[in-house]
Design a protein around this ligand. Structure first.
Ligand SMILES: [Mg+2]
Length: 229
């Protein structure tokens, strides 16, 4: 006998499934520093944002798996940094990739468990290749729906990207949770749609609206306890 499905849990990807609240820019900066880069985060972040926009426009991006995408972003980033030419792209991509894999492997246990009693989905501002990335990272099998902004043509915080996932055929979407690290793009719009919200953020980050999120998480591993209670 199949256990009754208790509802839907939607996840953000970057900073949520691949790291406990740390954005890609922060993690790429750490990898760049470890490889010998000298720029402060503020200076680095400007170049990183440019590399993000270039990545979105990259021909064939929708076909790239996770490692290939990390390599592509590193290749777009280094020429934009004043000290990028002397650094090893391989070292930077390796560190970013391996820290992602470590966190995803840890989260796999949680997804495996939740998958037994909830439908699971991903709602992400991505580049059209998220399903490929989730496949490569070994977790696609847990998700019934993947709303990738690059595919759907709608970007968070637009509520229609969430509605795209919530209305996916065959899902038990009530009650539904949204789990994410970004208050403005994950938590606020999901709460406005009536979802329960789990915000993965350091305690020092203050909520910007009374009554939301429903719960706060320091690490994604704590989500199991919240949903079991
Ligand atoms: Mg995020």
């Amino acid at each position: 006998m199949w256990a009754r499905v208790r509802g839907l849990v939607l996840f953000d990807f970057g900073g949520t499934l691949d790291a406990d609240g740390a954005r890609w820019s922060v993690r790429f900066h750490a990898a760049y520093r470890a490889a010998g880069g000298k720029q402060s985060f503020a200076a680095f972040d400007r170049s990183f944002r440019e590399s993000d926009r270039a990545l979105e426009r990259l021909s064939g991006i929708e076909r790239l798996g996770f490692r290939a995408m990390v390599d592509a972003q590193t290749a777009l980033l280094l020429p934009r940094l004043s000290d990028g030419a002397g650094l090893s792209p391989r070292a930077i991509a390796d560190q970013f990739h391996s820290s992602t894999c470590t966190t995803v492997r840890r989260n796999e246990e949680l997804l495996e468990r939740l998958h037994q009693s909830y439908h699971l989905g991903v709602v992400s501002n991505f580049t059209g290749n998220l399903e490929r990335c989730l496949e490569e990272l070994g977790v696609m099998r847990f998700f019934s729906v993947v709303a990738d902004s690059g595919r759907v043509g709608i970007t968070k915080p637009d509520p229609r990207l969430f509605q795209h996932a919530l209305s996916w055929p065959g899902l038990v979407s009530e009650p539904a949770w949204m789990v994410g690290d970004n208050f403005e793009s994950d938590i606020r719009p999901a709460a406005a749609l009536g979802l329960s919200t789990a915000w993965l953020a350091p305690e020092t980050e203050k909520s910007r609206e009374t009554g939301i999120p429903t719960v706060r998480l320091q690490t994604l591993s704590d989500l199991g306890r919240v949903l079991d209670s």
